[in-house]
Design a protein. Sequence first.
Length: 218
Amino acid sequence: MQPSADEPSTTSAEQRAWIPLAVLAALIVAWFVLIQRFGEGDVYSVLGPFACAVCAVSIAIDPRAMQRWLAPNSRALLIGAGVGLGMVALTYPVFRLAVAIAPSLDAQVQVLYIGVYSTTLPRALAWVVSIILAEELLFRGVWPATLQRWLPTRAAYLVSLITYALAQYGTGSWIVMAMAGVCGIVWTLQRVYTDSLLSPLIAHLIWSPTVILFYPVT
């Protein structure tokens, strides 16, 4: 039996589908490696420019989808702002309770702030914003969307959530990984519920600079 005329093009399309998957997986591995500087000095000088590259690649992989995911709408804006402010409000009492249970936690978290004080606040803020944008475009955007070629939607988001937490474990800190896991759950639920990247992005932009740069938890 001769192959149909559609078979070569189908095979070619399937082969091309693996390219963004491989590229994104490589970016995640590189993220894990580069973030190992966290707590040892100015992590922003390395991870910041890399985050800009991640943003560029993520947009290039599917610019139309990215435009749709980031389209402004009142629902995404309100939910994003509400979740972000709620996370900030909960972070400080939860941290104090955690320190009361495990006093050594305070010293461990102080070590994680070393990199925060290694540069000026405006420069740190600029890099933190670029890192946040890269995380959302990658881990709540193109990565789960690409995985959905081979996995059900829920499974794709679950895999993306796990890889997000594991990528942060490049810091060598289980605290950072745990926080990434908890926050990642919240931001992934936002992403799914609103069908928008704007909502988790806004929440992330409110929470991270506040607890990392402006009002550190310790």
